[in-house]
Design a protein around this ligand. Sequence first.
Ligand code: HEC
Length: 101
Amino acid sequence: MQRFSTLIITGYLLVAWNICLPGIAVAEECRLQVEQKCSSCHFATYVCPKLKKKKGAWAWKRTVKSMINHGASFTNAETKQLVSCLSNPDNDLLEICAPKK
Ligand code: HEC
């Protein structure tokens, strides 16, 4: 019985671990993507006023495409990811907009 419950707990932890990991990876990815891809022409914090207005995917898609017109080169996949990051910002991404103390 002892061994059986250890197995269940271990299995549960493994499943929980697997559920958590991709979430963390994606969150870190969003902030990195914006910091790396949006800071070459202006500060990455240029996105902040718009982030705070909680613009939807449609508006962000237009913004990101307009950056491409300004000379940014994003692949379709990158555009898609940036749009989904920006239209649904997580706390990690919003942190770049927090006033520095
Ligand atoms: C190739 C240079 C370049 C890159 C890279 C770039 N931008 Fe811009 N961005 C500009 C220029 C130039 C302006 C000012 C002209 C304007 O307002 O359209 C601007 C202005 C903005 C504005 C304010 C104007 C508006 O439309 O609301 C936002 C928001 C913005 N950029 C977001 C982004 C985001 C998000 C990224 C990364 C996905 C990014 N930019 C990457 C050149 C760039």
